[in-house]
Write a protein that binds this ligand. Sequence first.
Ligand SMILES: [Zn+2]
Length: 440
Amino acid sequence: MRPALPCDLLVTADVMLTQDDERRVVDDAAVAVTAGRIAALGSRGQLSGFIPAQTLHLGRALLMPGLINAHTHVAMTFFRGLADDLPLMQWLMQYIFPREKRLTADIVELGALLGCAEMIRTGTTAFLDMYLIEDAVTSAVDASGLRCVAGEGIFAFPSPAYGTAEEGLALVEAQTRRWQGHSRIRTAITPHTVFTTTPRILEDCRDLARKLGLPLHMHLAETPEETDTCLATHGKRPLAYCRELDLIGPDVTFAHVVDVTEEELDMLAANGVRVVHNPKSNMKLASGVAPVAGMVARGMLPGLGTDGAASNNSLNMFGEMSACALLHKVYSRDPTVLPARTVLDLATRGGAASMGWPELGRLITGGPADMLALDLCSPNFQPLHDLTSHLVYAASGYELRLSMVEGNILYHDGRWMTLDYPLLLSETRKLKQWVQDNAL
Ligand SMILES: [Zn+2]
């Protein structure tokens, strides 16, 4: 007989999808959690030796790892629905940038709290973020209980958080010191794009990333227009320009990567560069279709991201998975392209790799206790033929019953546990007012 083992929490449910290396699916499942990590997982019988301080029997529910939103601007909820149906450059230059100049820490924090509430509600447990006044974002993330890699957007022009880009990078160093050692919050160096920075700024970003040992994250090759601008300004396509600046490597994560050639894909794969695919944002802004099937064929596993709520318009990773699978099938006219299993991998394991946090996106012994439980009684899951299929093609995200990060429950059966959602909902009036007051 095995000795009894104490644990903080024992969660049980009808079935568990681990997303581990073997993609094991376990019936009558149990997960033992201690100090924010998974002490053990398996069938209920296998874990019968645990003596939990607390027990959560979920019954007809599916346990799975939390989804990872690998590229977003979580605070941008205040721009949701403000300026739809426009091309990227017009949208950015006429509607977004002029208002962003006037952002305050209070507005950014409130927008980020709202974004965190939406992500918690729809099954995201970790995300890679880039925005302005990012310290206000990380404060919101800290309060929400979510996990995040956060970066202050670096531009060649003044931001509401700093004057020059040099001052911006000094701010990044201060933010990195502030969050050093935090178990859920890390920082990244995040130059905005090749067309909103200069070669000198990108070199400074690269050097600071190396000095601090941080990942570098940037939008890249989002549209053919970006390529034309880069060719006109620097004489090179965006990826060649980045290579010239020594910005190609395994600690670099590029978002979008739509306008790329086969040779450029070879170069990205050969150098272990991480990529994030944003299908809904790319579709809504008509930016084009990222060659994700070509990336996967080369052994790359991109992450999946919603981008901001102004260009999506939601932060729901279930919606993103569905959009991803459908987009690539219709684009290639091949229904076998990007099967549900691959898409679920992108939203979990691919996102973990894109964040530079590889222990996320799977449920394994010793790994972080970041997991979800979905309601298996939901009519859109019946008759439960194939869980992976249901998650990608049938789920809305609102089947979520439980969200947990680092062993802490963030949402449970209709209630946000870390956020005062009714209060937050009433505060969002301020966001609408701010957007109206700062009309052009
Ligand atoms: Zn973006």
